[in-house]
Design a protein around this ligand. Structure first.
Ligand SMILES: *Cc1c(COP(=O)(O)O)cnc(C)c1O
Length: 363
């Protein structure tokens, strides 16, 4: 048997399709990026101030336990800071959860049009991903439970979900949890929690506290701090203990810790973003819903627009692109070829996008 002539990645690594981020503007152009669900109102001014304040302290290691950030999160959300772990974006934490709880021969369950990072982290840990059917682009609890096998170790649930924007209610999340064996970890990824306006939604912190197998994952990325990469999770003590053993010892940088703590406490800014988002999300839905475009009801800071056919979706993408508006194609990464994901932007951006799409459909 001939030996390989270079080091070989673990089995399965090269079968993973890399994550496809939302397109960015070409350098030198003034295109508006509505492809990555970023804040249209910038970052919290208090976070910017905290960030700027550390420019002369760059030679010092950050606090490895992100203590100030965890304390701010605990205070604002009413959680025990000792049960919080912070990460370099929530993607960092999703990788850690997979590494910690999945291995060769294990399975993780997710809904068919769930977040595209879950298959990546699952396969990177040597496990396989099992897709459960959805109910009109919404997680279907019965289908998720039916997909569980003796090999299942994790159920991934983005709530609200990316790229569809749909959510399931607190009682549905609880019904899902109630149907899982106690050795299966339910990961509730609330990346868009701050934008939710539905009254029957819950971030699931109560469930985390009551159960022994639920973890809630959050991020600052969709709230104006995507560049700093700050994620956090809240979970039972045994999970926190395990993750603290394997995470990078300084996995959140100092500017991120301080800006994140300031942003968490700037509730006024969070409310402003949520209100801006809710009103322009509603407005865009009302403008665009027609016989050629269906906007799937969204609780996030983006909407999924479904076009009459693939050609129309492609035309909408290029028409918007030509006008300087970059939205997200979801054919390849999410197998929804008639769909486009459009982040909620400024008032001017939303008015422009609506005008462009309406005239395209009319023409
Ligand atoms: C954007 C997003 C994340 C990733 O957030 P980061 O903190 O930027 O890594 C996680 N989960 C979902 C569902 C997302 O949409």
């Amino acid at each position: 048997m001939s030996l390989p002539n270079h080091p070989q990645p673990q089995p399965g690594i090269l079968d993973i399709a890399p994550y496809v981020p939302g397109k960015s503007a070409a350098p030198g152009t003034h295109a508006v990026k509505l492809s990555s669900n970023e804040s249209p109102l910038g970052a919290s001014p208090k976070a910017i101030e905290a960030y700027s304040g550390v420019a002369t302290r760059l030679e010092i290691y950050p606090d490895g336990g992100s203590r100030l950030l965890r304390e701010a999160l605990g205070e604002v959300h009413g959680l025990d800071p000792a049960l919080i772990v912070c990460g370099n974006g929530s993607d960092d934490l999703l990788h850690l959860l997979a590494q910690c709880y999945l291995g060769e021969g294990d399975e993780a369950v997710m809904n068919r049009y769930g977040f595209s990072v879950y298959p990546i982290v699952t396969r990177a840990a040597g496990a396989s991903i099992v897709l459960a059917d959805e109910n009109d682009y919404t997680a279907d609890v019965d289908a998720l439970l039916a997909a569980v096998t003796p090999r299942t170790k994790i159920v991934w649930l983005a709530n609200p979900n990316n790229p569809t924007g749909t959510y399931i209610s607190d009682s549905e999340v609880r019904r899902l949890h109630a149907g899982l064996r106690p050795d299966i970890l339910l990961v509730v990824d609330n990346a868009y929690a701050e934008y939710v306006t539905a009254a029957d939604f819950s971030i699931g912190a109560d469930l985390v506290a009551e159960a022994n197998n639920v973890v809630m994952v959050r991020t600052f990325s969709k709230m104006g701090l995507a560049a700093l990469r700050i994620g956090w999770l809240y979970g039972p003590d045994h999970l926190i203990d395990a993750l603290n053993r394997i995470r990078g010892p300084f996995n959140v940088n100092l500017p991120a810790q301080l800006a994140g703590a300031a942003a968490a406490r700037d509730v006024e800014f969070t409310v402003k973003l949520r209100e801006h988002n809710a009103s322009w999300r509603d407005w865009l839905v009302a403008e665009l819903n027609s016989n050629q475009i269906r906007i799937v009801p969204s609780q996030a800071n983006f909407v999924m627009a479904l076009f009459a056919d693939e050609a129309l979706a492609a035309k909408a993408f290029s028409t918007l692109m030509d006008a300087g508006y970059i939205v997200r194609e979801i054919g390849q990464s999410y197998s929804i070829p008639t769909g486009l994901r459009i982040s909620i932007g400024t008032e001017a951006d939303m008015r422009a996008v609506a005008t462009i799409l309406k005239s395209m459909v009319a023409g």
